[in-house]
Design a protein around this ligand. Structure first.
Ligand SMILES: [Zn+2]
Length: 281
Protein backbone atom coordinates (compact mmCIF):
# COMPACT_ATOMS: atom_id res chain seq x y z
CA UNK A 1 0.00 0.00 0.00
CA UNK A 2 1.45 3.34 -1.06
CA UNK A 3 1.98 6.03 1.55
CA UNK A 4 3.00 9.61 0.98
CA UNK A 5 6.49 10.74 2.10
CA UNK A 6 6.91 11.86 5.73
CA UNK A 7 8.35 15.27 4.83
CA UNK A 8 9.69 17.42 2.01
CA UNK A 9 13.38 16.57 2.47
CA UNK A 10 13.88 13.94 -0.25
CA UNK A 11 13.52 13.78 -4.04
CA UNK A 12 10.48 11.93 -5.40
CA UNK A 13 9.02 11.39 -8.84
CA UNK A 14 5.95 9.43 -9.98
CA UNK A 15 5.97 5.62 -10.10
CA UNK A 16 4.29 5.73 -13.52
CA UNK A 17 2.60 8.20 -15.83
CA UNK A 18 -0.80 9.73 -15.12
CA UNK A 19 -3.29 10.53 -17.87
CA UNK A 20 -6.32 12.66 -17.16
CA UNK A 21 -8.67 14.86 -19.12
CA UNK A 22 -11.40 17.30 -18.25
CA UNK A 23 -13.04 20.60 -19.13
CA UNK A 24 -11.09 23.84 -18.69
CA UNK A 25 -12.84 26.31 -16.39
CA UNK A 26 -12.08 29.43 -18.40
CA UNK A 27 -12.03 28.06 -21.95
CA UNK A 28 -14.77 25.41 -21.54
CA UNK A 29 -12.65 23.23 -23.87
CA UNK A 30 -11.60 19.63 -23.15
CA UNK A 31 -7.91 19.36 -22.21
CA UNK A 32 -5.70 16.29 -21.83
CA UNK A 33 -2.91 16.14 -19.30
CA UNK A 34 -0.15 13.51 -19.07
CA UNK A 35 2.14 13.71 -16.02
CA UNK A 36 5.34 11.73 -16.43
CA UNK A 37 8.16 10.69 -14.12
CA UNK A 38 11.36 12.59 -14.92
CA UNK A 39 14.90 13.01 -13.66
CA UNK A 40 14.76 16.75 -14.35
CA UNK A 41 14.41 18.43 -10.93
CA UNK A 42 11.34 20.61 -10.43
CA UNK A 43 8.29 20.80 -12.67
CA UNK A 44 8.40 21.08 -16.45
CA UNK A 45 5.79 21.44 -19.17
CA UNK A 46 5.47 20.70 -22.86
CA UNK A 47 2.69 20.96 -25.43
CA UNK A 48 1.66 17.70 -27.13
CA UNK A 49 1.99 19.32 -30.58
CA UNK A 50 5.67 20.09 -29.85
CA UNK A 51 6.44 17.50 -27.16
CA UNK A 52 10.25 17.64 -27.46
CA UNK A 53 10.33 21.28 -26.41
CA UNK A 54 10.50 21.13 -22.61
CA UNK A 55 9.97 24.21 -20.44
CA UNK A 56 11.43 23.90 -16.95
CA UNK A 57 9.16 26.32 -15.14
CA UNK A 58 10.11 29.14 -12.78
CA UNK A 59 8.56 32.42 -11.70
CA UNK A 60 9.60 34.14 -14.96
CA UNK A 61 6.86 32.09 -16.69
CA UNK A 62 4.04 33.18 -14.34
CA UNK A 63 1.46 35.69 -15.53
CA UNK A 64 -1.00 37.20 -13.11
CA UNK A 65 -4.63 36.76 -13.95
CA UNK A 66 -7.42 37.64 -11.55
CA UNK A 67 -8.91 34.15 -11.27
CA UNK A 68 -6.09 31.71 -11.78
CA UNK A 69 -2.36 31.31 -12.33
CA UNK A 70 -1.28 31.26 -15.97
CA UNK A 71 2.05 30.24 -17.49
CA UNK A 72 3.48 31.94 -20.55
CA UNK A 73 5.78 29.52 -22.37
CA UNK A 74 7.28 31.33 -25.36
CA UNK A 75 3.97 33.07 -26.03
CA UNK A 76 1.80 29.97 -25.54
CA UNK A 77 -0.32 30.18 -22.40
CA UNK A 78 -1.47 27.48 -19.99
CA UNK A 79 -4.00 28.58 -17.41
CA UNK A 80 -5.28 27.20 -14.10
CA UNK A 81 -2.04 25.39 -13.24
CA UNK A 82 -2.20 26.03 -9.49
CA UNK A 83 -4.22 23.03 -8.25
CA UNK A 84 -2.19 20.50 -10.23
CA UNK A 85 1.10 22.05 -9.08
CA UNK A 86 -0.18 22.18 -5.49
CA UNK A 87 -1.06 18.46 -5.70
CA UNK A 88 2.45 17.59 -6.85
CA UNK A 89 4.52 19.77 -4.52
CA UNK A 90 2.12 19.39 -1.59
CA UNK A 91 2.15 15.58 -1.72
CA UNK A 92 5.97 15.50 -1.85
CA UNK A 93 6.66 15.10 -5.61
CA UNK A 94 9.80 17.06 -6.53
CA UNK A 95 10.29 15.89 -10.14
CA UNK A 96 7.45 15.76 -12.71
CA UNK A 97 6.91 16.57 -16.36
CA UNK A 98 3.47 17.70 -17.56
CA UNK A 99 2.45 17.36 -21.21
CA UNK A 100 -0.73 19.16 -22.17
CA UNK A 101 -3.10 19.07 -25.12
CA UNK A 102 -5.02 22.34 -24.99
CA UNK A 103 -4.28 25.49 -23.05
CA UNK A 104 -5.78 24.91 -19.63
CA UNK A 105 -5.44 22.39 -16.82
CA UNK A 106 -8.89 20.86 -16.07
CA UNK A 107 -10.46 22.12 -12.87
CA UNK A 108 -11.99 18.70 -12.00
CA UNK A 109 -14.10 19.17 -8.82
CA UNK A 110 -12.34 22.43 -7.91
CA UNK A 111 -10.05 20.74 -5.37
CA UNK A 112 -6.77 18.82 -5.66
CA UNK A 113 -8.29 15.40 -4.90
CA UNK A 114 -8.62 14.28 -8.54
CA UNK A 115 -4.84 14.64 -8.93
CA UNK A 116 -4.03 13.20 -5.50
CA UNK A 117 -6.05 10.04 -6.27
CA UNK A 118 -4.04 9.58 -9.48
CA UNK A 119 -0.73 10.10 -7.63
CA UNK A 120 -1.83 7.48 -5.07
CA UNK A 121 -2.60 5.01 -7.90
CA UNK A 122 0.84 5.29 -9.56
CA UNK A 123 2.82 5.84 -6.33
CA UNK A 124 6.16 7.61 -6.03
CA UNK A 125 9.77 6.49 -6.42
CA UNK A 126 12.94 8.20 -5.26
CA UNK A 127 14.43 10.42 -7.93
CA UNK A 128 17.96 9.64 -9.05
CA UNK A 129 18.80 13.36 -9.15
CA UNK A 130 18.66 15.75 -6.20
CA UNK A 131 15.61 17.97 -5.82
CA UNK A 132 15.90 21.72 -6.27
CA UNK A 133 17.00 23.44 -3.05
CA UNK A 134 14.21 24.85 -0.90
CA UNK A 135 14.28 28.58 -0.11
CA UNK A 136 15.99 29.29 3.25
CA UNK A 137 14.92 32.59 4.75
CA UNK A 138 17.67 34.72 6.29
CA UNK A 139 15.24 37.22 7.79
CA UNK A 140 11.45 37.67 7.80
CA UNK A 141 9.73 38.65 4.55
CA UNK A 142 6.61 40.81 4.52
CA UNK A 143 4.61 41.58 1.37
CA UNK A 144 1.67 43.99 1.32
CA UNK A 145 -0.74 44.35 -1.54
CA UNK A 146 -3.68 46.61 -0.71
CA UNK A 147 -5.07 45.16 2.51
CA UNK A 148 -3.59 41.72 1.80
CA UNK A 149 -0.50 40.67 3.74
CA UNK A 150 1.93 37.77 3.67
CA UNK A 151 4.46 37.43 6.48
CA UNK A 152 7.08 34.67 6.47
CA UNK A 153 9.40 33.97 9.39
CA UNK A 154 12.40 31.58 9.15
CA UNK A 155 11.54 28.20 10.71
CA UNK A 156 12.72 24.59 10.41
CA UNK A 157 9.09 23.40 10.16
CA UNK A 158 6.80 24.60 7.41
CA UNK A 159 3.72 26.07 9.05
CA UNK A 160 0.93 27.87 7.20
CA UNK A 161 -1.68 30.12 8.78
CA UNK A 162 -4.44 31.39 6.51
CA UNK A 163 -6.93 34.16 7.32
CA UNK A 164 -9.80 35.42 5.20
CA UNK A 165 -12.57 37.97 5.77
CA UNK A 166 -15.53 38.16 3.38
CA UNK A 167 -18.61 40.36 3.73
CA UNK A 168 -20.81 37.29 3.11
CA UNK A 169 -22.35 35.58 6.12
CA UNK A 170 -21.72 32.11 4.67
CA UNK A 171 -17.96 32.73 4.72
CA UNK A 172 -17.23 35.62 7.10
CA UNK A 173 -13.91 35.44 8.96
CA UNK A 174 -12.04 32.13 8.81
CA UNK A 175 -8.66 30.98 10.10
CA UNK A 176 -6.80 27.76 9.46
CA UNK A 177 -3.38 26.75 10.74
CA UNK A 178 -1.43 23.67 9.64
CA UNK A 179 2.01 22.20 9.97
CA UNK A 180 2.51 21.16 6.37
CA UNK A 181 3.65 17.62 5.58
CA UNK A 182 2.63 15.54 2.55
CA UNK A 183 0.11 13.59 4.68
CA UNK A 184 -1.38 16.71 6.24
CA UNK A 185 -1.64 18.30 2.81
CA UNK A 186 -3.53 15.29 1.42
CA UNK A 187 -5.94 15.09 4.39
CA UNK A 188 -6.50 18.71 5.34
CA UNK A 189 -5.90 20.88 2.24
CA UNK A 190 -6.27 18.83 -0.96
CA UNK A 191 -10.05 18.18 -0.59
CA UNK A 192 -10.88 21.92 -0.21
CA UNK A 193 -12.66 23.21 -3.32
CA UNK A 194 -12.43 26.57 -5.00
CA UNK A 195 -15.33 28.92 -4.28
CA UNK A 196 -17.19 31.67 -6.07
CA UNK A 197 -20.15 33.98 -5.67
CA UNK A 198 -23.48 33.64 -7.40
CA UNK A 199 -23.73 37.39 -8.17
CA UNK A 200 -20.33 37.34 -9.88
CA UNK A 201 -20.94 34.13 -11.79
CA UNK A 202 -23.15 35.67 -14.47
CA UNK A 203 -20.85 38.69 -14.88
CA UNK A 204 -17.86 36.42 -15.42
CA UNK A 205 -19.78 34.32 -17.92
CA UNK A 206 -20.80 37.47 -19.81
CA UNK A 207 -17.16 38.58 -19.87
CA UNK A 208 -16.26 35.29 -21.57
CA UNK A 209 -14.58 33.87 -18.48
CA UNK A 210 -15.45 30.63 -16.63
CA UNK A 211 -17.10 29.01 -19.69
CA UNK A 212 -16.55 25.59 -18.08
CA UNK A 213 -17.58 26.70 -14.58
CA UNK A 214 -20.57 25.22 -12.84
CA UNK A 215 -21.88 23.86 -9.58
CA UNK A 216 -19.88 20.65 -9.99
CA UNK A 217 -16.46 22.30 -9.89
CA UNK A 218 -16.78 25.10 -7.34
CA UNK A 219 -18.56 25.91 -4.11
CA UNK A 220 -20.97 28.73 -4.91
CA UNK A 221 -21.88 31.25 -2.22
CA UNK A 222 -25.16 33.11 -2.23
CA UNK A 223 -24.49 35.61 0.56
CA UNK A 224 -25.97 33.96 3.64
CA UNK A 225 -25.79 30.39 2.38
CA UNK A 226 -24.16 27.99 -0.06
CA UNK A 227 -25.95 27.10 -3.30
CA UNK A 228 -24.43 23.59 -3.41
CA UNK A 229 -23.71 22.26 0.09
CA UNK A 230 -22.51 20.24 1.93
CA UNK A 231 -19.06 21.66 2.62
CA UNK A 232 -16.18 19.23 3.11
CA UNK A 233 -14.89 21.32 6.05
CA UNK A 234 -16.59 24.18 7.95
CA UNK A 235 -13.71 26.40 6.84
CA UNK A 236 -13.27 24.94 3.35
CA UNK A 237 -12.74 28.41 1.73
CA UNK A 238 -9.69 29.35 3.84
CA UNK A 239 -8.22 25.87 3.34
CA UNK A 240 -8.61 26.34 -0.41
CA UNK A 241 -6.75 29.65 -0.14
CA UNK A 242 -3.81 27.70 1.31
CA UNK A 243 -4.10 25.18 -1.53
CA UNK A 244 -3.70 28.07 -4.00
CA UNK A 245 -0.71 29.43 -2.05
CA UNK A 246 1.02 26.02 -2.13
CA UNK A 247 0.43 25.79 -5.89
CA UNK A 248 1.90 29.24 -6.44
CA UNK A 249 4.96 28.28 -4.37
CA UNK A 250 5.69 25.39 -6.77
CA UNK A 251 7.65 27.87 -8.92
CA UNK A 252 10.27 28.40 -6.18
CA UNK A 253 9.82 25.48 -3.79
CA UNK A 254 8.36 25.24 -0.30
CA UNK A 255 10.34 27.59 1.96
CA UNK A 256 11.50 26.66 5.45
CA UNK A 257 9.24 29.17 7.16
CA UNK A 258 6.15 29.92 9.13
CA UNK A 259 3.86 31.81 6.78
CA UNK A 260 0.86 33.91 7.75
CA UNK A 261 -1.33 35.04 4.88
CA UNK A 262 -4.26 37.43 5.26
CA UNK A 263 -6.61 37.77 2.27
CA UNK A 264 -4.26 35.95 -0.09
CA UNK A 265 -4.51 36.23 -3.86
CA UNK A 266 -2.50 34.87 -6.77
CA UNK A 267 -0.81 38.25 -7.29
CA UNK A 268 0.19 38.40 -3.59
CA UNK A 269 1.50 34.81 -3.74
CA UNK A 270 3.46 35.58 -6.88
CA UNK A 271 5.10 38.64 -5.30
CA UNK A 272 6.03 36.45 -2.34
CA UNK A 273 7.43 33.76 -4.67
CA UNK A 274 9.53 36.45 -6.40
CA UNK A 275 11.06 37.51 -3.08
CA UNK A 276 11.79 33.85 -2.25
CA UNK A 277 13.51 33.53 -5.61
CA UNK A 278 15.91 36.29 -4.51
CA UNK A 279 16.79 34.23 -1.42
CA UNK A 280 17.63 31.29 -3.70
CA UNK A 281 19.92 33.19 -6.05
ZN1 LIG B 1 -7.82 27.62 -6.40
Amino acid sequence: MFSFPDDYEEGWTLGNEIKKDGIGLHTGIKCNVIIRPTELPGFSFSFSEDADKVFSIDISHVRNTPLCTTLDLDGKKISTVEHLLASLIGSGVTHAHIEITGREIPLLDGSAMGWIEEIEKVGMVHSTTSPKPRPELISPICINNGESVILAIPSENLKLIGLIDFPYKAIGQQMFSIELTPNNFVKEIAPARTFGFLDQLEELKKAGLIKGGGLENALVCNGDSWVNPPLRFDNEPVRHKLLDLIGDLAFVGLPRAQIIVYKGSHSLHNEFAASLQKVLT
